[in-house]
Write a new protein. Sequence first.
Length: 162
Amino acid sequence: MRIFARIMISAVFFLGISCGVYTFSPSALGGIKSIAIPLFENQTLESGVAEKLTDALAEEFVADNTLRVVPEGRSDSILRGSVVSYGRDAYTYDESEAVSEYIVRIEVDVQFVESKSDKIIWEERLSNWGTYESASETEETGQDNAIIKLVEDILNRTVKGW
């Protein structure tokens, strides 16, 4: 019985040290504790979409509280981006073949950079979508839904790292 107990204790010990440490703390970001989020560029004809995306990102990073949002000159990192594509298309039709739902697609180029070294931590083209009912909602609803999804993607990519 003592041999079995020693084997079990050893197994638990080795299993524990082999798994490593898993954390959501800012230390997983290599010492980065703050982020600047300058206004994203807008390479589309859709007015206001870059401003809405930038504002939503800043609000979500503040709410997440993993990185402190500060002005660009005082930050450890910078989240830069550009809205490169915006589109609205028919998504679903009713029985009379009238459009009942539209889809809004937004595509952005995003770059997360360490401020001091200007080293790119990650860089990616991301896209997402949002829908809205043509009878009761506006295109802005679809746009907001797409922005919410993009913000979640960017936040997770930046602070969660997977």
